[in-house]
Design a protein around this ligand. Structure first.
Ligand code: ATP
Length: 289
């Protein structure tokens, strides 16, 4: 038996712009992604005594498919097909990242799986090849392979590492609703947006290492769809700011809201307050990674 454990980190979007809806239905985006210290753990076991294809998944979390719909399964299948591997592999997913949250939970598991299969079967693939394979399974997968702080363009496959977010604390609140990314993009009037965030401005602010300036550029055009449907997102954003956040924003297609704090105690107090109000049971005070 060969065993491997991988951590798969969640992300938030510090800024998210959609440039246009393309004729093929995909959207050109321009956004800055940031990993947070919230992660799933994936435990891979390969039974080397069997040379037949078997892919099985178990998880601690109810409601996540463990069959071929799971992105972990899809990632293994893609690698096995691409490199003619017939093997017996089991993956246990310890899910900590909120689901249908806009935190790339599935995409990051997918990215971690591509890396694990590369290592378990000595494929010696470089990062570029991981990304080429990853984008076939989801637009956020290439970023999840790279991680840290990155500018993401194209449909998500054109990545440029940028300066890290200056040290801070991030309060993450996932309201008790699930939002489908597909639904949000379908309802977005991408070619009619009257205002676009200044993503380049944030890149410069990151280069300057000025936390306050960075947070002043936080904006997400997908809020135009999700917040209209779920006004509690705006409510949580407002509470975070009233409770000392430099700024707050919805991540990805939502509904997760995050606030940036200088001070850990202030962030923890805001977390307790939001919990007391009963707005969410999935609340984290974390840091960027
Ligand atoms: P993103 O930020 O990329 O839009 P998300 O947070 O909106 O992601 P996910 O948590 O990735 O959404 O999951 C969306 C759906 O994908 C789930 O409802 C689930 O059915 C399916 N899914 C497939 N694989 C996974 C996985 N490994 N983890 C979680 N969900 C998965």
């Amino acid at each position: 038996m060969k065993k491997m454990i991988k951590k798969a980190y969640a992300k938030v979007n510090l800024v998210l712009d959609v440039l246009r809806r393309r004729p093929d239905g995909y959207h050109d985006v321009k956004m800055i992604m940031q990993n947070l210290d919230i992660y799933d753990e994936l435990i891979f076991t390969v039974d080397e005594s069997k040379q037949e294809r078997s892919i099985t998944i178990s998880t601690n979390k109810e409601g996540i498919p463990t069959d071929s719909r799971n992105l972990i399964y899809k990632a293994i299948e893609l690698m096995f097909d691409e490199f003619n591997i017939e093997a017996t592999i089991h993956v246990h997913l310890e899910k900590n990242i909120p689901v249908e949250a806009g935190m790339a939970g599935g995409s990051t598991d997918c990215a971690a799986t591509l890396k694990a299969v590369n290592e378990l079967f000595d494929l010696h693939l470089d990062v570029q090849k991981h990304m080429e394979l990853g984008v076939k399974l989801g637009a956020d997968v290439p970023y999840c392979i790279l991680g840290k702080t990155a500018l993401s363009e194209g449909i998500g496959e054109v990545l440029t590492p940028v300066n890290p977010l200056p040290p801070c604390y991030v309060l993450v609140v996932k309201p008790p609703i699930g939002v489908s990314t597909k639904m949000v993009y379908t309802n977005l009037r991408a070619n009619e947006l009257s205002h676009h965030p200044d993503v380049d401005g944030m890149v410069v602010a990151l280069e300057e290492g000025d936390l306050e300036k960075v947070t002043s550029y936080m904006e997400n055009v997908l809020e135009t769809v999700t917040v209209k449907l779920y006004p509690e997102i705006e409510e949580i954003k407002t509470i975070m700011k009233e409770q000392g956040a430099l700024n707050s924003l919805m991540s990805g297609s939502g509904p997760t809201v995050f606030g940036i704090y200088r001070d850990e105690d202030v962030a923890k107090k805001a977390a307790s307050y939001i919990k007391e109000l009963g707005l969410s049971k999935e609340i984290f005070v974390t840091t960027p990674v």
